[in-house]
Design a protein around this ligand. Structure first.
Ligand code: HSE
Length: 427
């Protein structure tokens, strides 16, 4: 039986995982595909031997074009990340009739529409399960298993690094920088971890999910995004005290004439299903008209879980090659509905203030809230030194623009020393 020949571009965390599975599970994969999967070449600029990998069975090159121009290679796995040169490699591969598998969320989020069109034109597959949710098969679920649904809402935890950091800060009182280094050592973080910490990685993933479920393809820069670097140990303490956890969420909601997309940290009650999604695990909620609510849970980052998603795509393509067909091209974000302005979203809020501890301060703050139609759900005061107090305030649901306007006015009150923290809350 003729093998399906594989070329892998990138031998970092995910590339290593792909090679590891190809080597250790060769017999299983052959059984699943109906023919062997043969790793022919790995391209990597700075190749470093990895424990447990037999490097004698494949060719190593620093030149990705060696794979792209090899007529014997059927499938290219792109796992270098970033837009350039990854996008050029993928375009060359697709144009020369090679199937492509990628974990590259930034590229799919920014250029997916064009790349899927190119794949269709060349009758090849471009699969990207590993781009979103690591090992969770969410792309396949949304494009195939849940295809008979109109999806109203897709939201969840889509980044292993930030979830690992927030979990360790919450459970162990760990320091942000120390845990970030641990997440990097465990292979969860992007090459530049700013992408994780500031929410870019999550925005790419939300953009991809939104393109599939809402058929809306948005400019990544239009998606509202806040990272976790401003979350303090005091925020975590307060969350604990009131029965909440802090999680970094991606939220996508379909409205009658628009779509709401946002990425930011959120206070969630401990009883919320997402509150117990910890460490590098991710979870995605999908609310469809026929299926109702579904939750997908699994490892969102790391070598083998992410490589598992790539290998699933590889088996699909190998089966297609065996059957001499190509999976249907993806319909990716064709509608032109607009993005709901962030000021129009509705949420509950948590606000922490440092104020002067004197008569009339609470009355002034309440008046500003009242003037902006913000209804207070809870207020608690803790004394800070002799003359100052910490105010912890939670609100009922209100429009973002009204809450933010109230916060701006509160900031200007002479009795307010500092606005220490603002967090959205989900119930
Ligand atoms: N850096 C990503 C994360 C890897 O932490 O989730 C998976 O996309």
């Amino acid at each position: 039986m003729q093998p399906v020949n594989i070329g892998v571009i990138g031998f970092g965390t995910i590339g290593t995982g792909v090679v590891r599975i190809l080597q250790k599970d060769a017999a299983l994969l052959e059984k699943k595909c109906g023919r062997p999967l043969h790793l022919k070449t790995v391209a990597e600029l700075n190749f470093v031997e990895k424990e447990g990998i037999d490097t004698k069975s494949f060719t190593i090159t620093t030149d990705a074009n060696a794979l792209l121009q090899d007529p014997d290679i059927h499938i290219i796995v792109e796992v270098i990340g970033g837009v350039t040169p990854a996008g050029d490699f993928i375009r060359t591969a697709l144009s020369s009739g090679k199937h492509v598998i990628t974990a590259n969320k930034e590229l799919i989020a920014k250029q997916g529409k064009e790349l899927f069109a190119l794949a269709k034109e060349n009758h090849v597959n471009l699969l990207f399960e590993a781009s979103t949710g690591g090992g969770i098969p969410i792309i396949n679920a949304l494009t195939s298993s849940l295809a008979a649904n109109t999806i109203q809402k897709v939201y969840g935890i889509l980044n292993g690094t930030t979830n690992y950091i927030l979990t360790k800060m919450y459970d162990e009182g760990a320091d942000f920088e120390d845990v970030l280094q641990e997440a990097q050592a465990l292979g969860y973080a992007e090459a530049d971890p700013t992408s994780d910490v500031e929410g870019h990685d999550i925005a790419y993933k939300l953009c991809i999910l939104s393109s599939i479920v809402f058929d809306h393809y948005f400019d990544i820069d239009e998606i509202y995004r806040e990272g976790i670097s401003a979350i303090s140990t005091r925020d975590i303490q307060i969350a604990k005290e009131y029965g909440y956890v802090i999680k970094m969420l991606a939220i996508g909601v379909e409205h009658p004439n628009s779509v709401e997309l946002r990425v930011h940290p959120v206070m969630l009650p401990k009883t919320h299903a997402l509150a117990s999604v910890n460490g590098s695990f991710n979870a995605v909620f999908v609310d469809g008209d026929n299926v109702d609510e579904s939750m997908f849970y699994g490892r969102g980052a790391g070598e083998l879980p992410t490589a598992s998603a790539i290998m699933g795509d590889m088996v699909e393509i190998a089966r297609n090659i065996e059957r001499k067909e190509t999976s249907a091209a993806l319909n990716f974000g064709n509608s032109t509905r607009t993005l709901l302005p962030m000021g129009d979203i509705e949420s509950q809020y948590y606000l922490r203030l440092n104020v002067k501890d004197k008569s009339g301060v609470l009355a002034e703050i309440s008046r500003v809230f009242g003037d902006n139609n913000v209804s207070i759900r809870l207020v608690k005061q803790d004394n800070v030194g002799a003359n100052n107090a910490e105010l912890n305030i939670m609100t009922h649901c209100v429009k973002e623009s009204q809450f933010q306007n109230a916060v701006s006015n509160i900031k200007n009150l002479s009795a307010v020393n500092d606005v220490c923290s603002v967090l959205r809350m989900e119930i």
